[in-house]
Design a protein around this ligand. Structure first.
Ligand SMILES: Nc1nc2c(ncn2[C@@H]2O[C@H](COP(=O)(O)OP(=O)(O)OP(=O)(O)O)[C@@H](O)[C@H]2O)c(=O)[nH]1
Length: 329
């Protein structure tokens, strides 16, 4: 194999700006034949709705975390892409993997190093870790967040618009202590020159082995998720009353903001022709009109919440407030 297919791994804690970065990459003409694999923690995938469409497939793996039970799925998906490429059904210039914010990249790296077919066809180009400069300090004690930083070849210190220069400098120093070799670039909206990220061949196995000496031995990765972190999905076909959604959300982030790591969803708003996309990280959230609902489309709202000890029953109950004008909470 003179030219292996380069693989870029985008990692970083929940809500850091990975999908924003992916969209920038896919907006570049050079990446129109990229194969994109997205792994989300929640049982429904919202990300594929938020990612711009390319010529190639965007494959979602939602059943679990890529670093645990989904590794076999990842290999299966990649082999499938190779078969399609060999049959000339698709072109495959590169692979871009966006991992869930709750995954360590170690097992994804292992997949490409230890599986013979994978290492024949693919080579890791680089591992980019996106950091939410405002919220990461809340999660720096978590092992997953630490591993994501330790394995990075490139660190995007993102959301710099939300912090002071002093906060930024402090965080940069802490991150440098955790990974002294990765290049660090400060960004807003993950705006990084693409040539800093793609075809850089910055992945150095020897460096990774220093962090994880068992990387090539330990096939059963003993990674445990924080048991307190859970995800809850709310779904409804009943249209939502926009004023009530706003009130419900303001209430939620005030009461639960710290526990709400990440939330995103598509809303079916009463009397509106447009889908509304909303998303947030802790107390900061935003919504925007998306495309029109299609005539034959099942208009429904789907929301995913990821956080610490979230209570499904309470969330479901308070969500009802958004659809039923007689309901109070
Ligand atoms: N203020 C600000 N917001 C940003 C910046 N970058 C991204 N965002 C917003 O932060 C939110 C999360 O961004 P995403 O790109 O979806 O983050 P992610 O890492 O893909 O999130 P998960 O896949 O859920 O882990 C979105 O609402 C973005 O528009 C930034 O530099 N500044």
């Amino acid at each position: 194999m003179p030219h292996k297919i380069p693989v870029t791994i985008l990692t970083g804690f929940l809500g850091a700006g990975k999908t924003t970065l992916l969209n920038r990459l896919l907006g570049d003409k050079r990446n129109q034949h990229a194969g994109v694999i997205i792994n989300e923690f929640g049982e429904i995938g919202i990300d594929s709705e938020l990612v711009i469409k390319t010529k190639e497939e965007i494959i979602e793996i939602n059943k679990g975390c890529i670093c645990c039970n989904v590794r076999a799925d990842l290999i299966h998906v990649l082999k499938d892409l190779i078969i399609k490429m060999n049959r000339r059904e698709i072109q495959l210039s590169r692979i871009i993997i966006e991992t869930t914010g709750l995954a360590s990249p170690a097992p994804v790296i292992q997949t490409f190093l230890m599986d013979e077919v994978m290492s024949y066809w693919f080579e890791i180009d680089s591992i980019c870790t996106v950091i939410d400069a405002k919220h990461l300090p809340l999660h720096l004690e978590e092992k997953v967040a630490q591993e994501q930083i330790a394995f990075a070849d490139l660190i995007l210190m993102n959301k710099t618009d939300l912090v002071s220069i002093r906060e930024l400098e402090e965080l940069k120093q802490r991150i440098k202590q955790m990974n002294a070799t990765a290049e660090m670039i400060c960004t807003t909206n993950s705006e990084v020159p693409i040539n800093k990220l793609l075809d850089v061949r910055s992945f150095e196995l020897s460096e990774k082995l220093k962090i994880h000496p068992n990387l090539l031995i330990d096939t059963h990765h003993h990674h445990h998720h924080d048991d307190n972190v859970n995800s809850i999905v709310l779904k409804s076909e009943q249209p939502l009353i926009v004023e009530r959604v706003n009130k419900w959300f303001s209430y939620l982030v005030q009461i639960e903001g710290e526990a709400l790591y990440r939330y995103k969803g598509i809303l079916n708003i009463k009397d509106s022709e447009y889908r509304v996309i909303f998303q947030g990280v802790h107390m900061l959230f935003a919504s925007k009109e998306d495309r029109r609902w299609k005539g034959d489309e099942n208009r429904k709202s789907e929301l995913v919440f990821i956080g610490s000890n979230l209570k499904a029953e309470e969330l479901n109950r308070s969500f009802r407030y958004c659809m039923d004008e007689y309901f109070t909470f």
